[in-house]
Each structure stands twice: as C-alpha cells, then as structure tokens.
Design a protein around this ligand. Structure first.
Ligand SMILES: [Cu+2]
Length: 138
C-alpha cells in the first residue's frame, strides 16, 4: 500500500473518531435541557370546548325574559331565574312539548339542557306577552 493511502486512512479514522465524540457529546445536552422544557404544558385547546358548553342564564325581570333570544351550543344547560315578585314559568311552544316548568317565585330558577339543534320558542303561561327563544347550534 502506498504512503498516500495510509495518510487517507489515518485522516478518515481521525474524522470518524472526531464525529463520534461530537455526536455523543451532543446527545447529553438535551437531557440537561429537558427539565426546563417540561413546564410547557398547554391547556388552552381543551379549555375552550368546555367553555362553549358552560351554562347560560336567562333572567325574568319586569315581565320579560332577559335576554329574550339566546344562541347556545348543543349540550348547553340554560337556567331561568325569576327576579320578579310575581310567579313565572317557562313553557316551550306550542304546548310545553319540549320543556315546561312549574310556576316559580322570586329567587327560584328552572334549568333545561338543550341536546337537539333547533330554535325553541317559549312563553310564560301566566303572562302570554312574555316570550323568548333559544337557538341551539352544533
Ligand atoms: Cu310570567
């Protein structure tokens, strides 16, 4: 073998050894960094769908539902709270087929969970001018 070939082999071995030391040295650095990366746990994406289905409130004030129209996501529970000194109820049109509360007095409330997409008009059976509607979307 010529002297030139030996020089090539020595250079290759030195480069290979240097590469090995370099890569094995780098592998240990991520292990040191890991503890600082651990707290990067994000909770944003999971929190939003839960918020979309949080309960919604309708107040019964001065012989009116407030808000009179409400749009909610499917699965939302709507609660009506009576803030008048007279009794009110919540009856879905036409005859309370979907939901129908008892008459309830000041400070009391009634809840219904909307699991079907659609628009649901409702009224108070004692005060026919009291009307509202809930629109349920996907
Ligand atoms: Cu009423």
């Amino acid at each position: 073998m010529s002297k030139f070939s030996w020089i090539i082999i020595v250079i290759v071995v030195v480069l290979a050894a240097g590469y090995f030391l370099f890569t094995s040295g780098r592998e240990s650095t991520p292990a040191i960094n890991q503890p600082t990366e651990a707290p990067q746990v994000t909770q944003g994406p999971t929190a939003q769908p839960t918020n979309a289905r949080e309960n919604q409130s309708v107040m019964m004030q001065n012989f009116a539902y407030n808000p009179a129209t409400l749009s909610v996501k499917k699965g939302t529970t709507v609660s009506w709270t009576n803030q008048d000194s007279v009794d009110h109820d919540v009856v879905s049109e036409p005859n309370g087929d979907m939901f129908k509360s008892e008459l309830f007095s000041e400070g009391e409330s009634y809840s219904f969970t909307f699991n079907s997409v659609g628009t649901y008009n409702y009224y108070c059976s004692v005060h026919p001018r009291m009307k509202g509607s809930i629109t349920v979307t996907e």
